[in-house]
Write a protein that binds this ligand. Structure first.
Ligand SMILES: CC(C)(COP(=O)(O)OP(=O)(O)OC[C@H]1O[C@@H](n2cnc3c(N)ncnc32)[C@H](O)[C@@H]1OP(=O)(O)O)[C@@H](O)C(=O)NCCC(=O)NCCS
Length: 160
């Protein structure tokens, strides 16, 4: 994973079962209705799912800083989960993980990317807009716990 100037040294890796304690800590600080360990395990065993982590390196030690889960199905890359540990936010980790999603989609010939996001999640919407996503629809009451609709965003997978 390439990093910008002044960004921490970051290693991209496949998500593993042993990452779950760190992932669940990030998940719990990030979402009002966090995924459970069982939900992550289901994704780790889903052949359509790509589950990746970004580890921030401090010498020989590393901390799990962010993760992304997306599906490659029906000619679409569909984002299912993305979160960054609070202390590493605004350091381009999410931006780079979304670039990796696009790169993997491009390599398998997928031309479109999609995701759902809460209208109240300004940080995420700004991130997705920076990555070329635009709002194309609404999924009513997609988030039952807060009675929120979801914005449906789409982006083309850009050719190289
Ligand atoms: C949304 C989230 C994933 C962003 O991760 P991040 O690594 O901090 O984002 P990046 O540093 O890659 O930011 C890229 C761009 O997104 C936008 N952005 C990110 N966080 C922002 C914030 N708090 N306010 C405004 N814009 C923001 C900016 O345009 C930013 O570019 P800039 O830094 O050059 O201004 C992170 O805040 C998070 O984990 N939130 C909780 C979980 C969540 O909401 N996930 C998305 C579910 S749909």
């Amino acid at each position: 994973m390439s990093c910008e100037k002044d960004a921490p040294q970051v290693t991209l890796d496949l998500m593993r079962e042993t990452d779950l304690p760190e992932i669940l800590a990030i998940e719990n600080e990030s979402f009002p209705l966090p995924w459970t360990a069982a939900m992550f395990r289901k994704e780790l065993n889903n052949a359509n799912a790509q589950c990746l982590t970004a580890r921030v390196n401090f010498g020989p030690k590393s901390v799990l800083g962010a993760y992304i889960i997306f599906w490659l199905v029906a000619d679409e890359a569909h984002l299912h989960n993305l979160a960054v540990k609070k202390e590493f936010r605004r350091q381009s980790l999410a931006f780079h993980l979304l670039k990796v999603m696009q790169e993997i989609a491009r390599k398998v010939g997928i031309r479109a990317q999609t995701l759902e996001v809460r209208p109240s999640n300004t940080a995420a919407i700004k991130l997705y807009e920076k990555c070329g996503f635009v709002v194309k629809g609404i999924r009513p009451l997609y988030y039952p716990e807060t009675h929120e609709d979801a914005l449906i965003m789409w982006a083309d997978v850009k050719p190289r």
